[in-house]
Design a protein around this ligand. Sequence first.
Ligand SMILES: NC(=O)c1ccc[n+]([C@@H]2O[C@H](COP(=O)([O-])OP(=O)(O)OC[C@H]3O[C@@H](n4cnc5c(N)ncnc54)[C@H](O)[C@@H]3O)[C@@H](O)[C@H]2O)c1
Length: 322
Amino acid sequence: MVHSLVTGGAGFIGSHLVEALLARGQHVVVLDDLSTGSLANLANIRKHPQLRFIHDSITNTSCLNELLDEADEVYHLAAVVGVRRVLADPEHTVAVNVEPVEAILRRLRARPKPLFLASTSEIYGKNPKTPLAEDDDFVFGPTTRNRWVYACSKAIDEYLALTQHQREGLPVVIGRFFNVAGPRQVGTYGMVLPRFVEQALAGGPLLVHDDGRQVRCFAHVVDVVGAIVKLMACPAAYGRAFNLGSDRPVTIRELAETVIRLVNPAAAIEHVAYEQAFPPGFEDIRYRVPDLTRVRQTIDYRLDHDLETIIRDVLAWKRNSV
Ligand SMILES: NC(=O)c1ccc[n+]([C@@H]2O[C@H](COP(=O)([O-])OP(=O)(O)OC[C@H]3O[C@@H](n4cnc5c(N)ncnc54)[C@H](O)[C@@H]3O)[C@@H](O)[C@H]2O)c1
């Protein structure tokens, strides 16, 4: 039986991944400090005989090493996430997003095993190209703007992992997530889709930043988790980074209108200036559309859920969890 370690397994994407691995008959250990995740995310599987939950931080290297030694494969998803948390503490962002990756790679040097590393579309920074392919440039803003520290931290993780693949053949897969959404994602840390659903349920208004013409693509977490599992089982994916998400663009204004139609037609939209919505150090990105050619050429990549289904699933989850 395969033993998987999932860091950040009590989080939004992590908890869906844990469910998928258990459904495949695997043994799963979750390491999570519950800083942004919660045990409620694991409620469906909490009593599963093949699940073990460890409440600790990935910065505790001795605990991390012990769990790495026991695992056959590793999914590293734990990180400081969300614009507001990153802006509030750039130093902590580096400590959590970079140092544990160095520790994981150090341990796997002696005992190589498949590693999935969660990265982000943020690492394309302000590159205006659309759609964005994996070999496109990173274009970051100045270091005086704290917002870029998240992208930089994930870029360093990618460099470190790819170097270990090139030098020592580490079987690592890097997934750059583009706006993954679905049940268990919370709006608290700045994620727009659950925030709109929460605002619509509360009677509105839905707060749209700036002119609402920012373009994003939303993918259902279940589709993305399916791709992660397929990539880890595919040796041709090792040593490569993959865009993971949907390539169906929607403006934020259109997203708000769709949420209103599906959740609460009486809710209104209100536009808010960036300066009002965020603390200093924020810069927005207008377009974020992935080029999915690479992942489509590597695995049978399926996007079975459209935007309306994502919104309906988030709504059903919100209603059930009240
Ligand atoms: N959701 C998205 O659209 C998206 C986009 C780009 C990248 N990502 C990446 O995907 C991964 C998962 O993100 P998510 O959206 O599920 O967010 P999430 O906040 O729900 O998941 C992160 C999990 O990591 C845990 N964690 C944080 N710091 C930790 C620490 N020091 N020790 C142990 N656990 C810790 C949190 O408690 C949480 O359960 C992250 O690496 C994130 O950077 C997500």
